[in-house]
Design a protein around this ligand. Structure first.
Ligand SMILES: [Zn+2]
Length: 195
């Protein structure tokens, strides 16, 4: 590993802006993190506008103690990110979004049936599970969501949003984009079934 913490902060900051540009966090908050090593990650801060972010605003967090460096608070949803890194040593990036189509399915508290083989390949499974509803940022939602990821690369959080994981940052983005398409198809297929 030759990439420095400064470089990781730059990448996470750019990814935060990219989330906004791609419409994956329209209106509401999402967050992005990258693993630094076996016990630390860098995550976007709490309560900042993505288009005003600087790399220095990114927060270095210990994934075991949740302690962070500096005065800027990490995203309030950091527990979920930490849980993913603790349980999945190969995962290097985590994205939490409130993207539209996936949020529609998440509001219905339904699992997503992934219809296309090419989407299944990127998402790592034929079904993306929805974790049962629990209050945001609680141990309950953290554990339920982490469990819902199981063998795939994403999970829905009922009435809330989505978490996507990857062995690199662009991979996690690809999961988020693909999940949007898969959810759009899933919604359309259910409408058709009802018609
Ligand atoms: Zn959220």
């Amino acid at each position: 590993m030759s990439i420095s913490i400064e470089e990781i902060k730059q990448k996470v900051c750019a990814a935060g802006k990219q989330l906004l540009q791609e419409g994956l966090v329209a209106r509401t908050w999402g967050n992005v993190s990258m693993r630094v090593n076996d016990h630390q990650m860098v995550i976007t801060p709490s309560g900042r506008k993505y288009d005003e972010l600087n790399p220095d605003d990114m927060v270095l967090v210990d994934i075991y103690t949740l302690k962070f460096e500096g005065k800027i608070k990490p995203s309030s949803e950091l527990k979920l990110h930490c849980q993913v890194y603790k349980t999945r040593p190969h995962i290097q990036a985590v994205i939490h979004t409130h993207q539209m189509n996936a949020s529609i399915v998440a509001a219905a508290q339904m699992d997503v049936e992934v219809l296309l083989p090419e989407h299944q390949q990127i998402l790592g499974g034929k079904v993306i599970k929805a974790a049962p509803y629990a209050l945001p940022n609680t141990k309950k939602i953290t554990m339920a969501t982490e469990k819902a990821i199981e063998a795939s690369n994403a999970a829905l959080m009922s009435n809330h949003g989505v978490v996507c994981i990857g062995t690199h940052l662009e991979g996690a983005f690809n999961v988020a984009r693909t999940l949007e398409l898969a959810c759009e198809l899933f919604i359309a297929s259910r409408k058709k079934a009802k018609a």
